[in-house]
Design a protein around this ligand. Structure first.
Ligand code: ZN
Length: 298
């Protein structure tokens, strides 16, 4: 099953078009995105058997499929190749330095955005991080790794946009603030249930900046897998239906390039996970972006 949101209403994706979920289900399922997980089990069962019927909607208007999660979890340094670039080590040298615990933070919910939304830059130090985003379907509290996937509703594509100076500013790094400016969390274009994917633990993902490939990896390269993340997080925080996890990014972010590359007004950032879809976010100068002098747009 592939689900999305168009005009703030839930839709069921059927090939190259979509149908309104509430209409297709004759009122049995909600229109309101925040209610998507209220009867998730019944919806999944129904969608597997039904031929969706109703007026066809264009996929051009897709919005964030999960616009109002109650909790947003982020994971830092969760791919070997990214940890290697961030720590200045080779992937081969890394084994003895692999973390025993995942680095968890939050992206505050007001930063979430849609698959085609504009990203306003607050500074010249804004970087990209393509990520697989996990969406929880069931309440998960102290679940085991073995049981973890049963609590997942589906997967989507995310960008963990990051202001690198604020991320490291203060007495200790504060990832949550540096990663939570408006539109720093584009998601979409659709929510895909795991059964639609050949191997949900091994998905190709990547991003391009103005058509140039900047990141390309596979989720099989995660240090802490989706199941292990759910086990680790739910051991502390009960996870609620609709909660999302930004699972981490592979190598190729801008900050560790020589010289570093950061987003600038006029850029287009395209992010994809094979089998799920693509985000395409234009970048503009936002409030606080320097207009002249040091750090000005050329
Ligand atoms: Zn990230």
């Amino acid at each position: 099953m592939r689900l999305g949101v168009i005009a703030d209403r839930l839709v069921l994706i059927d090939g190259e078009t979509a149908v309104d979920l509430e209409q297709a289900g004759n009122g049995r399922f909600p229109a309101e995105p925040a209610q998507l997980f209220d009867d998730w089990g019944a919806l999944a069962g129904w969608a597997a058997t039904v031929e969706p019927d109703g007026p066809r909607l264009s996929l051009d208007q897709l919005q964030n499929p999960v616009p109002a999660p109650r909790q947003v979890f982020g994971v830092g340094a969760n791919y070997r190749d990214h940890l290697a670039e961030a720590s200045g080590r080779t992937v081969e040298d890394l084994e003895q330095f692999l973390p025993e615990d995942p680095l968890i933070f939050t992206k505050f919910r007001s930063c979430l955005a849609g698959p085609a939304d504009v990203i306003p830059l607050p500074s010249r130090n804004v970087d990209w991080e393509v990520e697989l985003v996990v969406v929880m379907g069931r309440h998960a509290e102290r679940v085991s790794e073995k049981d973890a996937w049963r609590h997942v509703a589906g997967l989507t594509v995310g960008q963990d946009i990051s202001e690198r100076v604020l991320q490291m500013a203060g007495p200790a790094p504060q990832f949550s603030m540096g990663k939570s400016f408006p539109a720093f969390g584009p998601m979409g274009p659709v929510l895909v249930t795991p059964d639609e994917l050949h191997d949900p633990d091994d998905l190709e993902l990547g991003c391009t900046l103005n058509g140039r490939v900047m990141q390309k990896g596979r989720t099989s390269g995660l240090i802490f897998s989706v199941a292990e993340l759910i086990a680790r997080i739910s051991a502390v925080c009960p996870m609620l239906p609709g909660d999302v996890i930004f699972t981490g990014t592979p190598a190729g972010v801008g900050a560790f390039r020589k010289p570093p590359v950061f987003l600038k007004p006029g850029d287009t950032l395209t992010s994809w996970v094979k089998g799920i879809g693509e985000l395409r976010n234009p970048v503009v100068a936002g409030h606080g972006y320097p207009e002249t002098g040091e750090g000005a747009t050329s």
